[in-house]
Design a protein around this ligand. Structure first.
Ligand SMILES: [Zn+2]
Length: 259
């Protein structure tokens, strides 16, 4: 009888314990997947945040790591306008300030009676080096004067020009990929030459386009058609971070036609 009473009491105590909400000492554990569990019944309390999986990225174009002056001496490019030289006027080279868009010039302007030959609308633009055309604006649309005003207002407000707006300010363009992260850009074009389209293989000195005034704000600068020419190295440009005088030296070297 006594044993039976003890048994009944134990059962009652157990039931009371379960109903009271008391619990066993809480323990933590982690399963094989890394999910944390807590408590005697291993109730998942939180799914562990999965470790971020690496987003597959495109294989970046290898960019030369040589100093710019060494790179410039290796290019062997030629002048994109026949008979021209790199202008002495430092306003026309990389590093010059461009107040109208609160920015910095990233290339060389061939024009403004500063390059030894007359550059006018229709002057031939030549490939500085051999490569593959990666951009050719065949169906270019000139921004309206309202759109142009909006671009310049944004630039003034931001104190800089966004990459998108800067692209519009370069007007009609052709880009040539020379490999190893090197791209030349030819901007403000009037039109592209026959047969020049994305994928076209061009050789050094080949006619690719004609000088124009595209993308130039209509503030009088349109009276001086010129070729805006850039040598890009990966995400930067030849002469980036240098004074205009130093940048000019690099372009003289790069466009000497000699390696
Ligand atoms: Zn320019």
């Amino acid at each position: 009888m006594a044993k039976r009473n003890i048994f009944v009491w134990l059962v009652l105590l157990g039931a009371l314990f379960a109903m009271s909400g008391c619990s066993w000492p809480r323990i933590s554990n982690t399963n094989a997947a890394g999910n944390a569990f807590e408590g005697p019944f291993f109730t998942p309390i939180k799914t562990a945040t999965p470790a971020p999986t690496a987003v597959p990225t495109q294989t970046p174009t290898p960019v030369p790591t040589v100093p710019p002056q060494v790179l410039a001496s290796r290019l062997g490019f030629i002048m994109p306008v026949k008979g021209a030289h790199v202008p002495e006027w430092l306003d026309l080279v990389p590093g010059a300030k461009r107040g109208y868009r609160s920015g910095t010039h990233e290339g060389v302007d061939f024009g403004y009676n500063a390059v030894g030959v007359t550059v006018r609308v229709g002057t031939q633009v030549l490939a500085s080096g051999g490569g593959v055309v990666v951009r050719a604006d065949l169906n270019y649309r000139e921004p309206t004067s309202q759109e142009m005003d909006a671009i310049l207002a944004r630039s003034a407000r931001q104190g800089d020009t966004s990459a998108d707006d800067l692209d519009k300010l370069r007007g009609r363009q052709v880009w040539i990929d020379h490999g190893q992260g090197l791209v030349t850009r030819y901007a403000h074009l009037d039109r592209t030459a026959t047969g020049i389209t994305v994928g076209t293989q061009v050789s050094k000195g080949q006619l690719i386009a004609y000088v124009g005034n595209s993308g130039v704000p209509n503030d009088g600068a349109g009276d001086s058609p010129h070729l805006h020419f850039e040598i890009r190295i990966g995400d930067s440009y030849l002469g980036q971070g240098l004074t205009p005088a130093r940048a000019r030296d690099l372009y003289v070297q790069a466009l000497s036609g000699k390696k």
